[in-house]
Design a binder for this molecule. Structure first.
Ligand SMILES: NC(=O)c1ccc[n+]([C@@H]2O[C@H](COP(=O)([O-])OP(=O)(O)OC[C@H]3O[C@@H](n4cnc5c(N)ncnc54)[C@H](O)[C@@H]3O)[C@@H](O)[C@H]2O)c1
Length: 149
């Protein structure tokens, strides 16, 4: 059976790093560097209004002649926020990431923000599932099901 978003969140947790729409791009970069992450959820009061990623910074700041200390996250954030649910499979996530050319998806559980998953989380889950499947097949082939005593 295919692993789900729930399996990923069980491993990585539901902690979410965010900034406010009025914060500067410089502050967002500081948070991303401090937490060693590539994307932040952007809030306006209690409402999710976008995401801001390293890619947004790379493509929308210097190339457009803007300064990170003067530009607000709200000006450059990505407003097309993509959501998955805990029951979606890793294949669903990969398909969405490829179709929408994004590396991060927010997880929504019953209208509540339940986490964030990245392309690395999805790849790590796929590798772990493959390792498990290979081990099971090896056991089947060699007849080694471990000691029963
Ligand atoms: N070993 C693992 O399980 C694992 C998992 C994810 C990423 N990575 C590695 O980290 C590097 C970068 O990863 P990436 O490109 O997937 O993206 P990334 O740097 O944005 O994400 C790194 C980790 O931080 C988490 N994260 C990112 N933004 C977050 C936020 N706002 N709130 C809460 N958590 C957040 C992601 O879910 C992921 O677990 C890669 O080298 C990748 O291989 C390893």
């Amino acid at each position: 059976m295919s692993a789900s978003v729930k399996d990923i969140l069980n491993k990585k947790g539901s902690k979410i790093y965010s900034v406010n729409v009025g914060d500067t791009v410089f502050h967002a970069l500081e948070v991303m560097a401090d937490k060693n992450i590539g994307c932040l959820v952007v809030f306006d009061n209690d409402k999710i209004v976008g995401t801001f990623s390293e890619r947004d910074y790379a493509r929308k700041v210097i190339l457009r002649g803007k300064s990170s200390k003067e530009t607000k996250v709200g000006e450059l954030m990505n407003r097309d926020v993509l959501y998955v649910t805990p029951n979606d499979t890793v294949e669903d996530c990969m398909a969405l990431m490829i179709a929408k050319k994004t590396r991060h998806l927010l997880v929504m559980d019953n209208h509540k923000l339940a986490g964030l998953i990245s392309i690395g989380d999805v790849v790590a889950q796929v590798i772990s599932d493959h390792k498990f499947a290979i081990k099971e097949l090896e056991k089947y082939i060699t007849g080694d099901f471990g000691s029963t005593t």
